[in-house]
Design a protein around this ligand. Structure first.
Ligand code: HEM
Length: 469
């Protein structure tokens, strides 16, 4: 069968888990250098194959996509999400759910002016709140997350919240804790028996309780009883309205085998929050961190906006083609930060031949996006933060195929269009309005991230001095 090589002896019960060092992403890179772009890891009873480098990842996700569209049978997808919602569904139901959400997001304006307007309102709120700090050093990550969350609550439920709102304070607590716990409880994916230990050493019980509370909140936000559903409606103000209408249509057509039901409504709404808030928030926070680390780059970003847009109005999406250095800066921020380093795990449903090896059916397949975004052969100096790498000699933006923060193929990020718009509007607004400094002069906060399921900047405070006063 020619299985991909493994990094060493797989011990009974634990497999290769004992070989992991503190920083898992660095560890995977070390194995890649020794074993090549494809290798096997035995994680408890589960066989995983790790793919690195653009060639192999694109071969898997573009050429063999039909065999790699499912999610593995692990604790996160099975027990927490009960194989429901866009992230955890597989097969025909996933296809139905994805097509429905994609077309609903499009009809709600993803990539168009109406969506830009929604984001603009949140960007204005962000600027006004930061301005209110009057240059006092503060950690802005929670505030950014409120604004980014409001974009999703707007699209999903037509709701928005102010920073001090009790419900949003709770919600952010859930979201932040959820991402932390998805990292610390990941070991249960490979050793399900650990969840039966007394106490809650691996945060299994807490994680389940948080998901339960998030589902209850989402159910409340849908305001199902207060909505009037009309099956013939074609225009909707939010995803919930579109979803409930489709549920009614399916019912009246007598369709039973469908993913458009109440369970998937809650789970897909939860999926959009889980996938669409941390990622965008972290990227914006990293952008501010990099601006503090590289004042020359910050000055150049401001100068570009000042020269090409001015300071009387905020930059909008139609300015993007002019703001080439800013666009390159955002791309370099995404490359350098790589907030979802290992994508979301897949399951091979057939034997797949990859890189000269056989990945047998039933194997978990992980794609190491970090290995592509930091590949020395592609970028030359991947450890250097250099936005200019995305500009050619005429100053035009170069879109390299290896720029893959949203992954590739049929199951790539469904929110790419929305995220790209959010990053442009939020970051350009911040650059135009403020000059950012470290909390204490001369003490630059570290760019080294905390690594769990996602990469997060270590907490830092920033002084934002308004350029408009
Ligand atoms: C900078 C921001 C973002 C990054 C870097 C990012 C990255 C990713 C990555 C790497 C995947 C895994 C794709 C794969 O399995 O191959 C993914 C999936 C997904 N993302 Fe994003 N994402 C971002 C923002 C968003 C936003 C704003 C939304 C909400 C609209 C969103 C919704 C999703 C969903 C629902 C999936 C699962 C898709 C599926 O299973 O079919 N993401 N994202």
């Amino acid at each position: 069968r020619n299985p991909p090589p493994s990094p060493g002896l797989a011990l009974p019960v634990v497999g290769h888990l004992h070989l992991f060092q503190d920083n898992p992403v660095d560890q995977l890179d070390t194995w890649r250098q020794r074993l090549g772009n494809i290798y096997t890891l035995q994680m408890g009873p589960f066989r995983c194959v790790m793919l690195s480098g653009y060639e192999l990842i694109s071969e898997a996700l573009l050429n063999h996509h039909e065999s790699l569209l499912e999610r593995p049978n692990n604790f996160s997808h099975e027990e927490l999400f009960k194989y429901s919602g866009i992230i955890s569904l597989g097969g025909r139901k996933w296809k139905e759910q994805r097509a429905f959400l994609q077309s609903t997001l499009r009809s709600l304006g993803m990539g168009r002016d109406v969506m830009a307007e929604r984001i603009r309102i949140e960007a204005d709120y962000l600027l006004a709140t930061i301005d209110g700090f009057n240059g006092q050093a503060s950690d802005i990550s929670n505030l950014v997350m409120v604004c980014v969350t409001n974009v999703i609550t707007g699209v999903t439920f037509s709701k928005r919240f102010d920073q001090g709102d009790k419900i949003i304070v709770y919600w952010l607590g859930f979201l932040k804790r959820l991402f932390h716990l998805l990292g610390s409880s990941a070991v249960i994916n490979f050793f399900p028996v650990l969840k039966y230990l007394p106490g809650d050493r691996f945060n299994y019980k807490e994680l389940k309780s948080i998901i339960r509370q998030m589902r209850a909140t989402i159910l409340e936000w849908t305001e199902k009883d207060k909505r009037t559903i009309n099956e013939s409606d074609e225009a909707f103000e939010d995803i919930v309205q579109a979803f409930l209408t489709e549920i009614e249509r399916k019912k009246s057509q007598g369709v039973k085998d469908t993913s458009l039901d109440d369970v998937n409504l809650l789970s897909s709404a939860l999926s959009l929050f889980n996938a669409g808030t941390e990622t965008v928030t972290n990227t914006i926070v990293f952008a501010v961190l990099y601006m503090i680390n590289f004042p020359n780059i910050q000055a150049k970003l401001y100068q570009e906006i000042k020269d090409l847009v001015g300071t009387d109005r905020a930059p909008d999406v139609s300015d993007k083609h002019k703001l080439k250095f800013l666009t390159a800066f955002i791309m370099e921020t995404q490359r350098f930060a790589c907030v979802i380093p290992l994508g979301i795990d897949r399951l091979s449903t057939k034997d797949v031949s990859l890189g000269g090896f056989t990945v047998t059916a039933g194997t978990s397949v992980m794609v190491n996006l970090d290995s592509v975004l930091r590949d020395e052969k592609v970028w030359g100096d991947p450890e250097v933060f250099r936005p200019d790498r995305f500009l050619d000699e005429n100053g035009s933006v170069v879109a390299k195929k290896e720029f893959v923060p949203f992954s590739i193929g049929k199951r790539n990020c469904i929110g790419e269009g929305l995220a790209t718009m959010e990053l442009f509007i939020f970051i350009s607004a911040l650059v135009q309005k403020f000059e950012f400094f470290p909390e204490n002069e001369g003490q630059i906060p570290s760019m080294e991230p905390d690594i769990g399921f996602s990469k997060v900047a270590k907490p830092f405070k920033v002084r934002a001095i308004s350029r408009m006063k």
